[in-house]
Ligand binder design. Sequence first.
Ligand code: UD1
Length: 427
Amino acid sequence: MDRIRLVGGNTLRGEIPISGAKNAALPLMIASLLTREPLVLENVPRLADVNQLEKILENHGVDIAVHGRKPIQLEGQRMTLEAAEIVDTTAPYELVSTMRASFWVIGPLLARAHEARVSLPGGCAIGTRPVDLFLDGLRQLGAEIEIDEGYAVARAPGGLRGGRVVFPKVTVGATHVVMMAATLAKGTTVIENAAMEPEVTDLAECLVKMGAKIDGIGTRTLTIEGVDELHGATHSVVPDRIETGTYAMAAAMTGGDVLLRDARAEHLRAALDVLARTGADVTEEASGVRIHRNGNGIQPVDVDTEPFPGFPTDLQAQFMALMTRSTGVSHIRETIFENRYMHVAELARFGADIKVDGQVATVTGVPQLKGAQVMATDLRASVSLVIAGLVASGETTVNRIYHLDRGFERLEDKLSAVGAEIERVTG
Ligand code: UD1
């Protein structure tokens, strides 16, 4: 099994190109199920989750052609997805269980084929992550849904109809799904307390290019007027704000000067503000975001994770890694997922001082971390171990890195290009 080996101590200098966002690419690919015409996606990242979703969509009858699968050039892949016919409305356990987002096919399948049988999802082990809000939302659009032998079995005889969906909590996935389903429903759907994450906006903008009628994009209330058919379109995936934030934390951790090329500051304002409070210089430039830190210490900052535009839960582990080297005590409160502190035990192997009490982690900075053998437990947690390893004395090995490959394109290449001593060890 592949491992990452790194030796800490180098400062990072240079440019890191930011890839297209995994969390936007996945729903955009799923949106191809809504039309018989080709959907062309540009700037698609080369990731294991993208490959897995290709398999799932192909099983439903989507023809997929990819240009740029090999990362010879820096641009992302160009992917053409054509769902001329939906040949199968079942998404089986074997394909769905490794990635939670694959459950999202339920929305487009119901909308276009009026039925879907989708295995309940797996994915990162970060809490129970139920699907009740997806099912409640789709029921408001007239779907009949039952759970049978681990599958959500959904039908909409005669098609979905518009309805009012009020989410009791902000959910990115259920917002994607209900929005996609509503584009082909009869009548108007109003989604209240919708997620406003940039990936939701990116999907909404692509759906509009495909002929959907959506008002309120980028706000908490989305109004969708159903249409009879959607058509093909071309859309470029928004740059990955989580990858951006991750490398921003890495640069703040090691010191140095890194331009995150193509990053959009407006998509991670809260995280950049926090980084500035830790003492990093954050500059917005025409070509991206620059992070610079000189030899001064890392200041402790308290953070609560929140839905967008707040500080993202997907940067919590990376920020915790940064705080392990602060000059004081910081408190991190995870409010989105109930079990998202699995990296704490692994960070402790570097000598970090972290105590968890319920939702709150108290991180007391230490003057030095020591390289260690650590294990990746989920996607964002794994990269927090890389960030710690970048400043730890001596050698660090991050084992079981398949989670990293799910969400970070060529991580070791991008970091070594800016001066980190990092390599992938195969086998
Ligand atoms: C998406 C992101 C993930 C990110 C998360 C929160 C993708 C592929 N994944 O995940 O990286 O960490 O948003 O920003 O885009 N919930 C329910 N019932 C439901 C659905 C959700 O209780 O039916 C709860 C979840 O358990 C969680 C909260 O709602 O506590 C938010 O989850 P949600 O926004 O839906 O996360 P995902 O869409 O799975």
